[in-house]
Design a protein around this ligand. Structure first.
Ligand code: SIN
Length: 262
């Protein structure tokens, strides 16, 4: 029997009473139910090695490495996040993972290997809630609108990191393939609306980007070594805070293939 504890009113649950290395189908279904209701799930104290993380990720779908990362030696699809300094942190803004590809990953899993005592938190925002609070008029305006997403490093070059040249247009409002719920699907990688110039797009796009991180809909996670955390990229955005100077921070990361956003 799993024990679920909500971590913030709008998003995120902690799940205990389970070892993710050894989870039968009934328990897996319970965890999947929490995941689809809460979009972010934290499993404290799992202490997974890279292979065990990959094995757990495979229960959710096909692991996908993405165009930008190198796998940890000896694994096919586990990447390491390490402290590259504030300038080299390419995830310190509200985004959903790899939205510049046509089939962005559905799920990301992080396993905390060595994290600072204080600092290096990550925040997630519930994009269903952002969509639901829009006026009917704004919902009508956004229906049918698509945004074109690029790798931000094309415009904001980080030394030693080659940007992806992929770009993809996605609906600004998407319907989750499992829950059937609509969410805002806007990320800091969105540059303009399809068929419109950057100048024409920017006022509305900036308004939408400004909604990301609305405090009522955010969970901020303070990492502990051994934490396993997974999130749904189809209905959340996240922001990795670099406030820990030169302290070591290392996590293992696996993403799971998604479908074409509809
Ligand atoms: C990410 O955006 O995938 C990285 C999150 C983190 O470093 O906490």
């Amino acid at each position: 029997m799993i024990v679920e504890k909500e971590l913030a009113p709008a998003i995120g649950s902690q799940v205990t009473g389970v070892d993710v290395r050894d989870m039968g189908p009934d328990v897996f279904r319970e965890v999947a139910d929490v995941f689809h209701r809460r979009a972010v799930v934290v499993f404290p104290g799992q202490n997974l090695d890279a292979e065990a993380l990959l094995a757990f990720a495979r229960r959710w779908g096909e692991p996908w490495m993405g165009p930008l990362l190198e796998p940890v030696p000896g694994t096919s699809a586990v990447a390491t996040i390490v402290n590259r300094g504030k300038e080299g942190t390419v995830t310190e803004y509200w985004h959903s993972d790899s939205t510049f590809v046509s089939q962005p990953p559905a799920i990301t899993l992080l396993s905390a290997v060595d994290v600072p005592e204080v600092g290096g938190d990550t925040m997630w925002c519930n994009q269903y809630a952002l969509y639901e609070r829009l006026s009917d008029g704004m919902k009508q305006l956004l229906a049918g609108l698509r945004a074109v997403h690029y790798d931000r490093q094309r415009f904001n070059v980080v030394q030693g990191r080659k940007p992806s040249m992929d770009s993809a247009a996605h609906p600004v409002v998407r319907t989750h393939p499992v829950t059937g719920r609509k969410s805002l699907y806007i990320s800091g990688q969105a540059e303009h609306f399809e068929g419109m110039t950057r100048e024409e797009s920017r006022p509305l796009l900036n308004y939408l980007l400004g909604l990301l991180g609305l405090p009522d809909f955010v969970y901020r996670h303070r990492w502990r070594n051994g934490d396993l955390l997974m999130w749904d990229n189809r209905c959340t955005t996240h922001y990795a805070i670099h406030d820990y100077g030169a302290y070591p921070r290392s996590l293992h990361r696996v993403t799971v293939t998604g479908d074409v956003p509809q």
